[in-house]
Design a protein around this ligand. Structure first.
Ligand code: F6R
Length: 593
């Protein structure tokens, strides 16, 4: 996820306004920033670093011209460096492009363009775009047509903003599967990834659909389809406050990020071919050891169940903070998989150092260029985009997606691979239950005692994650337990003030979990059960029921059954008047041991 902006102003320099606009998109990315403006030629300033740091270093707003484009980057292809920062240009520095999205076929396009003599200066997927546009303008077509021809070569998702000295009066935007909106002010015009970028300047907005192009000129805005036909669009007046707009109308980042999970999984699934390449580089191993903290530890636990089920390889899971006390049996036959969304968690980095000395290491990370990605021998990226809410939601789901993809690539399990592809649609359907979950949350808001979350097998990590979300953002104690373990002690705590959230998807563990539900129900517990739509037995035991399609079996359940648990914690937090984005005593990235 990156943020792009473009503008044409009437009588002000564009660069300071563009910087102000991209600052409002920092939630979409913050590892690099760049601006290009056009006056007599193109002027570009860009670098790696947070917006304010780069501005202080380069005086990035000191660029001439009333027109320009700007970008905040969240690295996907290529590390966060100056070379990889946008805007990217063609060989002759006449075309500048900023891009949000992923170009899936960039490697083929790049080698073809290189064969044709184009020179590349970055490792990004984006750089193929200015070179493609250059190729077509060199063939004699105008800028608009060259952009149309270029995007016909591209597979993937994009929102682009383009300026060129060839047609210096225009700023052109185009989109497919990445957001792009048009802001219409008084004699000034904008394009942006999102409304907050432009809300200071106008609240009049046109929404572009896929395969549509917008041309900003001094005289106004023209929207066209790819057949060059002019389209008439409805103008919308935005009523959101700037703060609401940054969260796309959601009350909190956490809720926005819960809703982004379908897309985040879809983007992470696009990493399949990279993962296949990574797997080829592994040396032979006889055992696997997952290492992580908190939510990432719960993803690791799912990894253990999955790898032992599919690969039959002995797999252990160690808390990163405990790793140094239990790492003596590591050897060259062990693959150590470290999971960390930030790539900067001190406990995990320490474990990585120890593991690197004895074993092969693989890090599954969300932040490109973070320390874990530099220190690990192999890296797989999750594509959740930046996560602002302190409680991990979309990064957890994408960690699971990467683990499942890794398992399918290692085993060539086509059936599981096909099931994985359905997850984004399942998540969308699950989110339709939001009002129902909010109702359930209301009923349990005043629980004075603890909640129990129970599950067996693949549902045990889901129970732990549900309990952690509850603790973090509602300050109610949540106890995640293996359902079969209750009778060995905690059953003594169960009474009618203890809600028990039972996770019981169809599969091997289902019947025994139902027996455990009967045990706690007999002691007065209120049961919130999660299970299949067809499961009448489970339904009859539950006071509240959250239902899923029965196509989701036990093995696939961790990536989907956790979504209502995130919503449950979120809405209990809201009912209790807590800000779920900033729970007390917690930080997004824990850089101390
Ligand atoms: C919980 C949460 C934390 C992190 C943990 C590890 O919602 O976010 O438990 O999962 O601090 O962080 P990373 O994955 O960055 O290593």
């Amino acid at each position: 996820m990156c943020g792009i902006v473009g503008c044409i102003l009437k009588d002000k320099d564009a660069a300071p306004i563009l910087l102000e606009c991209v600052k409002k998109l920092e939630y979409r990315g913050y590892d690099s920033v760049g601006i290009a403006t056009s006056s007599r030629g193109l002027s570009i300033k860009k670098d790696q670093g947070k917006i304010d740091e780069v501005d202080e270093k380069l005086q990035i707003t000191d660029l001439p011209g009333l027109k320009g484009i700007a970008h905040v980057r969240w690295a996907t292809h290529g590390l966060p460096t100056r070379e990889n920062a946008h805007p990217h240009t063609d060989c002759k520095n006449r075309i500048a492009v900023v891009h949000n999205g992923i170009i899936e076929n960039y490697k083929e396009l790049r080698s073809k363009l290189e064969e044709e003599g184009h020179r590349f200066t970055s490792n990004t997927d984006t750089e193929v775009i200015p070179h493609l546009i250059e190729k077509y303008t060199d063939n004699g077509v105008g800028l608009e047509e060259a952009i149309r021809q270029a995007i016909q070569q591209i597979k993937g998702s994009y929102a682009l903003a383009v300026i060129s000295t060839l047609e210096p009066d225009k700023v052109i935007g185009v989109r497919k599967e990445s957001p792009l909106i048009v802001g219409v002010g008084e004699d000034e015009y904008f394009i942006a990834s999102d409304v907050p970028a432009i809300l200071q300047h106008t609240n009049q907005v046109l929404y572009l659909d896929d395969n549509e192009m917008v041309i900003l000129e001094d005289t106004g805005v023209t929207i066209k389809n790819l057949d060059n036909e002019v389209l008439i669009k409805e103008m919308h007046t935005i009523e959101w406050s700037p703060d609401m707009a940054e969260k796309q109308g959601f009350e909190h980042f956490m809720l926005k990020e819960i809703h982004e999970q379908s897309v985040a999984v879809k983007n992470t699934l696009m990493e399949e071919s990279e993962i296949k390449e990574t797997v080829k580089k592994f040396r032979h191993f006889q055992r696997i050891c997952f290492v992580a903290c908190g939510t990432s530890f719960h993803a690791s636990l799912v990894g253990k169940y999955l790898f032992e089920t599919l690969l039959g390889t002995p797999t252990e899971v160690v808390l990163a903070s405990e790793f140094e006390y239990s790492s003596n049996s590591l050897d060259e036959n062990t693959l150590v998989i470290l999971i960390t969304q930030s790539g900067e968690t001190a406990d995990t980095l320490k474990a990585l150092k120890i593991a690197n000395k004895k074993s092969q290491t693989l890090a599954i990370v969300n932040v490109v260029g973070s320390t874990a990605t530099r220190d690990a021998q192999h890296v797989i990226y999750t594509r959740a985009g930046p996560e602002i809410g302190v409680a991990a939601t979309k990064t957890y789901i994408t960690q699971l997606t990467s683990i499942y993809l890794l398992a399918t690539c290692m085993t060539e399990n086509e059936e599981l691979n096909q099931q994985l592809k359905k997850i984004p649609e399942y998540i969308k359907t699950i989110l339709e239950m939001e009002d129902h979950i909010r109702e359930i949350a209301r009923r349990y808001t005043n629980t004075s005692n603890a909640f129990f979350f129970i599950g067996r097998g693949f549902s045990y990590p889901t129970a732990l994650e549900g309990a952690l979300k509850l603790k973090e953002i509602t300050y109610i104690h949540g106890e995640g337990y293996a359902a079969g373990e209750l009778k060995h002690g905690p059953l003594a705590l169960i009474d009618d003030d203890v809600p028990v959230v039972a996770i019981a998807p169809p599969g091997k563990s289902h019947d025994k979990t139902v027996s455990n539900i009967e045990e706690v129900k007999a002691r007065g517990a209120q049961i919130i059960a999660l299970g299949s739509r067809e499961d009448d037995v489970l339904k009859s035991e539950a006071h509240d029921y959250i239902e899923f399609t029965d196509e989701i079996n036990e093995i696939m359940s961790p990536i989907t059954y956790v979504v209502p648990l995130q919503l449950l914690a979120y809405y209990i937090s809201i009912e209790r008047g807590i800000d779920p984005d900033k729970p007390k005593n917690l930080a997004k990235c824990v850089t101390v041991e």
